[in-house]
Design a protein around this ligand. Structure first.
Ligand code: ZN
Ligand code: ZN
Ligand code: FE
Length: 758
């Protein structure tokens, strides 16, 4: 009977190190009466277990289905091996040299067990803001190198006390090999500084900070990946003062509230949004404002949504536990600068903004902003992929050579690939800012170090003037691959969905450098990871003043009007608001093509319509006019469409926007409400998507459509296009874990370069 006892060797890959995986295996094996061992190895975790066949089967089920909260298994294989007859199950020490391929887990919200201890007066970590365990706590933001152990984190400065050490060494403890393990005896501490950076003596810095917040002061709080600026969100004066000091005109501020019940008091939260809010990654989630809410209107001007998140560090829980409906928790920076994360730097850059600082002495090694998500078409969609998601790998359709992709210019992220996985970096920001560019360089270096990669292939945008393209140009000893912007968007969506075959790409965004040197952005492509062809686009319009037209949507309105009516412009309130000299000058520029590059951009068409309706003539941040046009829609936005005209020209199918503009003008003159005009405009775009895809299908036989580009952050357009395409029988791919905007560009570039090289 004895030799019928089986023994299995189990290889597990994925996020299985630094997430409590070995203690979990150890405890599961013991409770099932199995013997054997578990160890970390270069690919992940290696297990040998022997015992009763049923126990072994149950063990495998547990390994597949009952994982620790932070673990993610990407691959599991088992093989029968000879029985050895061990009498117990042990955790074997592994050779750290070989652990390197394993993935470092993202930073994660405080787990329910730690939260219970945090609020338990009899626990030795009662109200200790740095409590953590193998299931939770800081990771990516404190890792200074590999392999992942305490010496290679910013916790190296804190030697463990005997009690913490005992937990750390006990396989049965939740803190077995929890690298950031700490307690009030041995770990990091909070401190409070005044506006000038002088320490404020206080027995309880946290209570003191709360008292200041209640008085309406602006508090800089050190978080996981950087500082936040916090104010009481119901205090209109405080919020306006913060807005004034931050020089951030109209961009909405994010909120943090203690729990879902409190969010319910000011927002209408749907089921999918609740799940997303409470997910371990704790992103900022866009939720609809509840009418009659008590949040200050200046938190999100001209917006129907709030960006809200739940607390994710123990410190946040303590800050919010007993007071505040919500706090504004906005990244600590001046507009366009990167978020402040080092203490000295934060005090320098936030001087004149923060009234006081709630800091601590655990260093943040790499800055990581909050992630932003919304629910669209019933699925989560990341608009900004950062804290909580980085550096988790994304599975590619196939293995490829190592590639570094350096992304775009705005909302920059970078991406590294290894085998069949892509590692998309945290949000870096807008590279035109010199400090953001420094962060870009630091991020590349950090990711290369953590993943131990030295890429020989660097992918970049076709635009020669992007700071990222110039970086690629200057990096020596590598092969460079230039990837067209909208091809990269298409590839990003295909890669995220693990599609290696051809698809129709509907790519709508603001700006991308076209293969013909013009500015693209309303594109219908056919392609795969290897290549693409452009089969259709929005009609070209001049952009008077180039980039200025992106900041001043009335310029695009004028351009669209001139195309539709020539010099005989219709009487519109918008035109009366532009000084006559400027009007004449702009019309001349458009007419003669002076400093007026041609664009097929969908984003600029949104700008034109937003300006025509008088909703928005100047913007203070990218995408503002389009966002406000979407927000103007009431209810579900069910609507008829404007006339749709498609032409066939040498460049392919051209979506003629003039009939649409004329119809918008007619509606404006009939004083149709802006919300209705916006709904009709959205319906027209969705119909254009479906109609053009049907034509392309006729020629190509392709039934797969990928939707990408920043315009697909728009819920009305995305859901309508999805509905119509599905009705026509198309198989539609959309983004979820990768942003459709330029934050997802690097993944597409990496996949294209990898495919061309492989
Ligand atoms: Zn925990
Ligand atoms: Zn301790
Ligand atoms: Fe783009």
């Amino acid at each position: 009977m004895g030799n019928s006892v089986p023994r299995a060797r189990i290889v597990i890959e994925g996020i299985v190190q630094g997430v409590g995986f070995r203690p979990f295996v150890y405890q599961s094996a013991r409770s099932l009466g199995l013997t054997g061992w578990v160890m970390n190895d270069s690919r992940g975790v290696l297990i040998e277990a022997e015992g009763q066949a049923e126990a072994l089967a149950a063990f495998l089920t547990v390994l597949r289905e009952d994982l620790p909260p932070l673990a993610a298994v990407s691959h599991l294989e088992t093989a029968a091996v000879p029985v050895t007859g061990e009498t117990e199950f042990v955790i074997r020490q592994s050779c750290s040299q070989r652990e390197r391929r394993a993935q470092i887990s993202p930073d994660t919200f405080v787990c329910p067990d730690c939260l219970r201890e945090l609020l338990d007066p009899s626990d030795r970590r009662y109200r200790y803001p740095f409590i953590n365990c193998t299931n939770c706590g800081p990771r990516y933001t404190i890792v200074t190198g590999i392999p992942y152990d305490r010496a290679q984190t910013t916790m190296a400065a804190f030697p463990m006390c005997p009690a913490c050490r005992r937990e750390y060494e006990d396989p049965a403890s939740r803190r077995f090999h929890a690298q950031p393990n700490a307690c009030p005896e041995c770990g990091p501490r909070l401190f409070l500084l005044d506006a000038a950076g002088n320490p404020l003596e206080s027995a309880d810095p946290l209570q003191e900070a709360i008292a200041w917040l209640q008085k309406g002061e602006i508090l800089a709080v050190k978080g996981l990946g950087g500082y936040h600026l916090a104010v009481d969100a119901t205090n209109g004066g405080a919020v306006e003062e913060l807005r004034r000091r931050k020089a951030r005109d109209e961009k909405p501020f994010a909120l943090m509230a203690a729990d879902l019940a409190r969010i319910d008091t000011f927002a209408e939260v749907r089921e999918g949004e609740r799940r997303l809010l409470a997910a371990t990654e704790r992103p900022i989630v866009l939720v609809r404002q509840r009418s009659g809410h008590a949040i200050a209107p200046s938190v999100a001007p001209d917006n129907r949504y709030f960006g809200v998140m739940l607390p994710y560090t123990p410190l946040h829980y303590l800050l919010l536990a007993h007071s505040f409906a919500a706090l504004v928790m906005t990244s600590a920076n001046r507009s366009d600068e990167p978020i402040a994360f080092r203490d000295a730097d934060a005090r320098g850059r936030l001087s004149g903004i923060a009234d006081l600082y709630l800091g601590h002495n655990r260093e943040i090694f790499i800055r990581t902003d909050d992630s932003i998500a919304r629910v669209m078409g019933g699925r989560p969609l990341l608009l900004r992929r950062s804290r909580g998601f980085v550096p988790r790998g994304l599975r590619l359709p196939r293995a490829q050579p190592v590639v570094l992709a350096v992304g775009g210019e705005l909302k920059n992220t970078v991406c590294l690939t290894r085998d069949d996985h892509a590692y998309l970096s945290q949000h870096v920001g807008d590279l035109q800012n010199p400090e953001v560019f420094q962060a870009f360089l630091g991020t590349i270096e950090h990711l290369q170090d953590l993943l131990e990669l030295n890429p020989q292939i660097v992918a970049h945008d076709l635009h020669p003037d992007y700071a990222s393209s110039r970086y690629a140009e200057e990096r020596s000893g590598v092969r460079r691959v230039a990837v067209q912007h909208h091809h990269a968007h298409l590839a990003s969506c295909l890669a995220e969905n693990q599609v290696a075959t051809e698809a129709i790409g509907v790519i709508f965004d603001g700006t991308g450098y076209g293969a013909d040197g013009r500015i693209w952005g309303g594109e219908f492509l056919v392609g795969d990871l290897a290549g693409y062809r452009r089969v259709g686009h929005f009609d070209y319009l001049p952009m008077p003043g180039g980039d200025a037209a992106a900041r001043e949507p009335y310029r695009m309105a004028l351009s669209a009007l001139y195309r539709a009516y020539g010099k005989d412009l219709p009487q519109l309130p918008l035109l009366a608001s532009i000084p006559r000299r400027e009007l004449r000058l702009l019309l001349q520029m458009i007419e003669k093509g002076i400093n007026s590059p041609l664009t097929s951009s969908c984003g600029r068409l949104f700008d034109a319509v937003a300006a025509l309706t008088g909703l928005r003539t100047r913007v203070s941040y990218e995408g503002q006019a389009a966002l406000e046009l979407e927000m103007a829609i009431e209810g579900d936005g069910e609507s008829e469409a404007y006339p749709l005209v498609l032409a066939t020209e040498t460049t392919g199918i051209v979506f003629k926007t003039t009939p649409l503009i004329r119809a918008v003008v007619d509606d404006i003159r009939r004083q149709v409400p802006t919300g209705v005009i916006s709904a009709r405009f959205h319906a027209t775009l969705a119909r254009a998507v479906a109609a053009v895809c049907c034509r392309i299908r006729k020629d190509s036989g392709l039934n797969e459509v990928a939707l990408s580009g920043g315009v697909f952050q728009n819920r009305f357009l995305t859901e309508k296009a999805l509905f119509l395409l599905t009705k026509e029988g198309f198989n539609v791919y959309t983004h979820s874990l990768v942003p459709p905007n330029d934050g997802g560009l690097a993944l597409g570039q990496a996949a294209v370069a990898g495919r061309q090289a492989g």
